[in-house]
Ligand binder design. Structure first.
Ligand code: PLP
Length: 286
């Protein structure tokens, strides 16, 4: 396996990061997860723009110029002989002495992983998953903005632990006001009276790139879309619900907190959007 580390591709055994790396010591860094279909990367420009934004928001200058990312990602896919790939870019603050000041680190650490894409089990995509609304709240945006896709993932990990404890596939977090936000690594949508609803960005969520594609496809299909502030009760009364992210695309939800949602099966809006996602996919590949 070839892994890009800092300035070159190395074998997996040589892909080692210092114990003084501030990404390891403090979670100081940012990342992106991307997906390639037949070697073509989904929403590449948007992922790179978000990486740039995350880095900017923590005052980290990406050591690789914008134009160099696409060929590097391609090389990572090709060197590993992949067609369907999971890609992860990690950029940490880099190696430095103990202490929180980013100035202690001379240059960021960059890692690009390209792994074979592992699809989700078909039965989950066909039947839907179970969600739990977890006690862990989403990070307050004014404390650690969910708009920063950061290596500091404990908020989501604690929520995931709660979900697993409740026997659910994933946990849906509320914000400090008790409004729905997102799951640990995906955005949430639900359908109520034929309208597609999703928590607005100002609820304190990551503005998912798949979320953006789904909103676009729904609008093109004249399905009314609304981004707003919603209570857990509005979700419980929904007819349909699904999650979105780069690796799962559109994942139906069949149950919330142990109670079936709508018919308990993927509903017509979910299925329509899933079909549209597949039939329009080529538009979004680079
Ligand atoms: N929300 C969170 C917290 C995430 O970590 C992710 C993806 O990793 C998403 C939403 C979905 O984002 P995207 O569709 O860009 O993959």
């Amino acid at each position: 396996m070839w892994i890009y580390l800092n300035d070159r591709f190395v074998d997996r055994k040589e892909a080692v990061v210092s114990v003084f790396d501030h990404g390891f010591l403090y979670g100081d860094g940012v990342y992106e997860t991307l997906r390639a279909y037949g070697r073509r990367i989904f929403m590449l420009a948007q992922h790179l723009a978000r990486l740039q934004r995350s880095a900017h928001l923590i005052g980290l200058e990406l050591p690789i110029p914008e134009k160099d990312w696409p060929p590097l990602l391609n090389e990572a896919i090709q060197r590993n002989g992949l067609d369907e790939a999971y890609l992860r870019i990690t950029v940490s603050r880099g190696e430095g002495d103990i202490g929180l000041d980013p100035a202690l680190c001379r240059r960021p650490t960059v890692v690009i992983l390209a792994l074979p894409f592992k699809p989700y089990p078909v039965h989950l995509l066909q039947e839907g998953v179970q969600l739990a609304i977890v006690p862990v709240r989403r990070n307050l945006a004014a404390a650690l903005s969910p708009q920063i896709k950061s290596l500091n993932f404990l908020n989501n990990i604690l929520a995931k632990r709660e979900a697993v404890k409740a026997g659910a596939f994933d946990g849906l977090m509320l914000n400090a006001e008790g409004h729905l936000t997102e799951c640990t690594a995906s955005n949430v949508f639900f359908v109520q009276a034929g309208r597609l609803c999703t928590p607005s960005v100002d609820c304190g969520i990551l503005d998912g790139i798949t979320r953006e594609v789904v909103i676009l496809l729904a609008r093109e299909q004249r399905i009314p879309v609304e981004a707003g502030r919603y209570t857990p009760e509005s979700l419980r009364q929904a007819e349909e619900c699904f999650l979105t992210n780069t690796t799962m695309e559109i994942m139906p939800v069949r149950e919330v907190d142990g109670k079936p949602l709508g018919s308990g099966r993927p509903g017509p809006v979910t299925l329509t959007l899933r079909n549209l996602f597949q039939s329009n996919l080529a538009r979004f590949l680079w």
